[in-house]
Design a protein around this ligand. Structure first.
Ligand SMILES: NC(=O)c1ccc[n+]([C@@H]2O[C@H](COP(=O)([O-])OP(=O)(O)OC[C@H]3O[C@@H](n4cnc5c(N)ncnc54)[C@H](OP(=O)(O)O)[C@@H]3O)[C@@H](O)[C@H]2O)c1
Length: 237
């Protein structure tokens, strides 16, 4: 698929995996709108990328911006939505567990208000996460939300086919601004969390973005999840 002149909208497109996706789409000639709550933090972006402010949890705002940007050829959301809960499930604060689903509600808003503005033959792409299908202790919230994202993606893909394709890309541990700690602590964290993967390092945001570009461009791919995880799913426990 030639992306020149295609209109792309990337929620979460101002940081990490979303930003890398915006950059790849723009490099391929798409006109990209990268959206988040504080898009200024993305700094200077190349021609072809415009930033806009919107919170994916604000239904009215999501509806309004998608109506304004219509028609959209490529709709992507990577927006984390809010905070996520880590740690043993039996000790977890249940409000924190519930809040982890903000990612799902944000994705649901983008799909529900966005699908009608996606042009025929267009696509919607979501980002889930490797714990959806192979989790470690302490990752129940990530696993639950990721699994729900993938299940929603498959169910929606069936409903909107064949007009729109819907897919997910599932990252493993990826080095993005989502992790706040820096320096030696950051290196140690990534070393520890990836040591049992087939490829024992954190992935780069652009490696995940390449997976996102694959599902956008391949017109025979829908209702599926592409794993970009360094072999997380096959790792030793
Ligand atoms: N990095 C990893 O290791 C990893 C692993 C598995 C899955 N994932 C998934 O990959 C996706 C992208 O993560 P990332 O690592 O690229 O994170 P990131 O660098 O923190 O980027 C997240 C983006 O989402 C936006 N966002 C968050 N909440 C939002 C809201 N309520 N409304 C609008 N925009 C919002 C943020 O911008 P603002 O703060 O300006 O709103 C930011 O642009 C997420 O769904 C994450 O769960 C990441």
């Amino acid at each position: 698929m030639d992306l020149s002149g295609k209109k792309a909208v990337v929620f979460g497109g101002t940081s990490g995996i979303g930003l890398a996706t915006s950059l790849l789409l723009a490099a391929d000639g798409a006109e990209v709108t990268a959206i988040s709550r504080k898009p200024d933090k993305a700094g200077d972006l190349p021609n072809g990328i415009t930033t806009r402010v919107c919170d994916v949890l604000d239904r009215k705002a999501v509806e309004a911006i998608l109506s304004e940007l219509s028609q959209i050829d490529i709709l992507v959301t990577t927006a984390t939505g809010g905070k996520r809960a880590y740690g043993p499930f039996l000790e977890m604060d249940l409000d924190g567990y519930k809040a982890s689903f903000d990612k799902l509600w944000g994705y649901a808003n983008v799909i529900r208000f966005g699908a009608k503005h996606v042009s025929d033959g267009g696509s919607i792409t979501l980002v889930s996460g490797a714990p959806a299908r192979n989790c470690q202790p302490g990752q129940v919230a990530l696993s639950s939300v990721g699994g729900a994202v993938e299940a929603m993606m498959r169910a929606v893909a069936s409903e909107v086919a064949p007009r729109i394709r819907v897919n997910a890309v599932s990252p493993g541990t990826i080095d993005t601004p989502m992790v706040i700690v820096q320096g030696a602590e950051r290196e140690e964290l990534y070393k520890k969390t990836t040591k049992n993967n087939l490829i024992p390092r954190a992935g780069r945001a652009d490696e995940v973005a390449q997976g996102i570009l694959f599902v956008i461009k391949n017109e025979f791919v829908t209702g599926t999840t592409v794993d970009v995880d360094g072999g997380w799913l096959l790792r030793e426990p």
